[in-house]
Design a protein around this ligand. Structure first.
Ligand SMILES: [Zn+2]
Length: 270
């Protein structure tokens, strides 16, 4: 997953969570209304609890306390009467189902739907936090400047250095070449490479902070130097280096220190 996809996933999950929560609320309210009526409970009261307290609380309390008595239609007047009643309280007819075991009812489709949408809602919350976490990790671990580069810069396969360097660090994170070097002998270099797809639309971006100089960025192809830029003059503002002098294909970058100290910076392709 790339850094740009994560906010999209995050907002999709917010939308999914809101939609499924609403569906859960509506389905559960309808089911509660019907089921409460069937069990001789006040259906409006349960719907109000569902909406104003919480659908989860309403469901738990309803299943625990609301379904004690089942109402069945009286055989003679069709009014709902308690399953346990010996006589109908409306017309006085004997309850033909009195004393018989209740037919075991299957789980209502509405309740199934409500549980499914509730599960989707919970899952989307989980994924939302996963996306948020991944986004935070990406933002923290990536480069400070460039986000994700479409043409990644890689480490060179091998470099031969004569001389010495103190506290030198490099990484290629999200296609961006980040480097730092506190002190080194003159001529010490760090190397990277990337594959140029379109010389006319691509720009090499370099930001570097250092004391003294020069700090040379040498751009070469097939062993031939194309351009050399002194990054010690760039300071905090990134410099844009057009790549129209290159041809499509591998481009080698060499950062050569000729007297700069406390170097830190990033190079990427836009
Ligand atoms: Zn009756």
């Amino acid at each position: 997953m790339t850094a740009t996809a994560l906010p999209i996933v995050f907002f999709l999950m917010i939308f999914l969570c809101m939609a499924s929560s609403l569906a859960f609320l509506v389905l559960l309210a309808i089911w509660l209304y019907r089921d409460a009526k069937l069990h001789g409970q006040d259906p409006v009261l349960w719907v109000l609890i569902c909406i104003f307290a919480s659908p989860i609380i309403a469901l738990i309390f309803y299943l625990a306390f609301g379904r004690k008595q089942t109402m069945l239609p009286c055989q003679s007047c069709q009014q709902p009467i308690p399953h346990t009643a010996q006589y109908c309280e409306h017309c006085g007819a004997a309850n033909s189902q009195y004393g018989q075991p209740l037919p075991r009812r299957k789980m209502n489709g509405l309740l199934k739907g409500a549980i499914a949408t509730g599960a989707v809602s919970l899952l989307s919350v989980v994924f939302m936090f996963v996306a948020l976490f991944a986004f935070a990790m990406n933002a923290g671990g990536g480069s400070q400047m460039a986000g994700s580069a479409s043409v990644p810069i890689r480490g060179a396969s091998f470099t031969v250095n004569s001389g010495w360097a103190l506290v030198s660090a490099e990484n290629h994170s999200e296609g961006v070449w980040n480097f730092s070097l506190s002190k080194s002998s003159n001529g010490y270099h760090m190397d990277s490479t990337f594959t140029l797809d379109d010389p006319n639309s691509r720009t090499l971006m370099a930001s570097a902070d250092c004391t003294g100089g020069p700090l040379l960025l040498n751009i070469s192809q097939d062993g031939q130097l194309v351009e050399s830029i002194d990054l010690s003059r760039a300071e905090t503002q990134p410099v844009a280096i057009p790549l129209d002098g290159c041809t499509a294909g591998p481009v080698d970058l060499q950062l050569t220190n000729e007297g700069a100290t406390d170097i830190s910076g990033s190079i990427w392709v836009e």
